[in-house]
Ligand binder design. Sequence first.
Ligand SMILES: N[C@@H](CCC(=O)N[C@@H](CS)C(=O)NCC(=O)O)C(=O)O
Length: 287
Amino acid sequence: MTYDLYLGDRTYSSWSMRGWLMFRAFDIPFRAHMVGLYDGTLQQDLAHLAPARLVPAMRTPDGIAVQDTLAMAETLAEDYPALWPNDRRHRALARGMVAEMHSGFGALRSECAMNLEHSWRGFQANDDVKADVARIDLLWQMAFDMSGSDGWLFGEYSLADVFYAPVAARIAGHGLAVSDQAQAYVDRQLSHDLFRQWRAMGLTKPLDPKPYRLPLEEGPWPGPAPIPSKTAPQGPSENATCPYSGDPVTDYLEIDGRVFGFCNPFCRDKTLHDPAAWPAFMAIYQS
Ligand SMILES: N[C@@H](CCC(=O)N[C@@H](CS)C(=O)NCC(=O)O)C(=O)O
């Protein structure tokens, strides 16, 4: 029952992020395939997956190609109903919010591209962006009021949270003003292990040139600051096997004079960019 999931760049592709989150958050088995979103090979990489022509896209274990994030979500929910809230009223609102995200908020999406590397200082939102953000704030407030949650929108993490994760990144990265309740939700999204893991993997492959530049100064990333770490040229490391694969270690990083090993440069680098995002690594670090 393993799906194939096709993703673009992690730092800038907000739809890819949603695709990955919906698999990881619900422990749905998948093989990830990165396709060339920014290097011109997208159509060629997806040619075998018609009718898909954008990322994310997936192939089900029984061979069906599914394009479009919302169609993927609904297809997965047929086998994994926990993707949607259990309560019928909550589910109806969640579906509406996801649909509205999927088809709307054009000003926010065009003016405030998702960028998980850094924030922008001094961004001035126009009236259309402010109206989109006010609507998002209202929808979040309605979800919290209905569910009584002060965490995820409908209590348990659901597709509504998946679809609004990149929205939280756009709001935080551009310093857009929201209510206190919405700001707490934005912070919660940016602190979520899976959000941090996706971002840390993205930071291992910086794009050059970077897309969606603004004529503004870069500021720090508004999410949790990573534990400072750096690559180490060699072992020995405290751990003999990689925390993720269990394979022998070949690549190393250092935190506070302590050396840890990984089975390849990607496993090391995704850890380096945010060690605390990775429970399997933290189990070794804290032992
Ligand atoms: N409606 C689609 C939108 C997907 C989308 O626009 N993906 C972008 C990356 S975030 C893409 O593939 N862009 C490539 C292109 O436009 O050629 C969905 O929900 O999946």
